[in-house]
Design a protein around this ligand. Structure first.
Ligand SMILES: C[S@@+](CC[C@H](N)C(=O)[O-])C[C@H]1O[C@@H](n2cnc3c(N)ncnc32)[C@H](O)[C@@H]1O
Length: 188
């Protein structure tokens, strides 16, 4: 199934989140939102984790070998503020771990503009098609016009808002302002 053309969303600046993706029309559940090839794809036979990430040297070497148009797209992405090296900052902010073992990691262009929502607040999901080498994003539920399209960066975290925000800050370098964390009725 091809993704909708023109896409039913646009990238806009959002308060406290940088850029984000906003639906420009009603999007029914299970709509294919986008299909994207990696800008930078790295394999790690032993697998990566938060505490055992890819080495800076591997990321920098791979970045240096990118053709100029892919490097420009990579450079345009947002970067984690605590990384001194911007290439590493972009990797930290935007890399997707594409398999359960952490052996395939990649940065994409448009998928990088989707902000995070903690579990229950997200409305999109992705899959990695290793055979074709593309990521596909789908509407997880009906999305209303004007709603932000988000996915859950770390669905395993089922803890109170305070602890989840600390964990997100440690792993992803941002203070979460998602709908779940902003809901005063949520478990603090
Ligand atoms: C993958 S990028 C998402 C797109 C990004 N906002 C941009 O401007 O390109 C991840 C970064 O977006 C911001 N972000 C994502 N989800 C957020 C959230 N729930 N609350 C606050 N900032 C968020 C953080 O700066 C994070 O490092």
């Amino acid at each position: 199934m091809p993704a909708l053309r023109p896409p039913p969303f646009e990238i806009r600046p959002l308060p406290s989140k940088g850029l984000g993706v906003i639906a420009t029309a009603f999007i029914p559940t299970n709509t294919l939102l986008l299909v994207s090839s990696p800008l930078l794809l790295l394999f790690s036979p032993t697998g990566t984790t938060h505490t055992n990430p890819l080495s800076a040297a591997r990321i920098l070497t791979a970045y240096a070998s990118l053709p100029p148009h892919l490097r420009a797209a990579y450079d345009a992405l947002s970067a984690a503020p605590t990384e001194e090296n911007r290439v590493l900052g972009v990797w930290k902010s935007n890399n997707f771990c594409l398999d359960d073992q952490g052996t395939v990691n990649a940065v994409f262009d448009l998928p990088s503009r989707l902000n995070h929502s903690c579990l229950g607040g997200e409305n999109a999901r992705w899959e990695w098609d290793a055979g074709v080498g593309v990521m596909r994003f789908w509407a997880e539920r009906d999305i209303q016009e004007g709603e932000e399209i988000t996915h859950c960066y770390h669905p395993d975290w089922r803890m109170g808002t305070k602890n989840r925000r600390i964990a997100l800050q440690e792993e992803y370098d941002f203070f979460c302002e998602c709908v779940v964390c902003l809901d005063p009725s949520e478990d603090p």
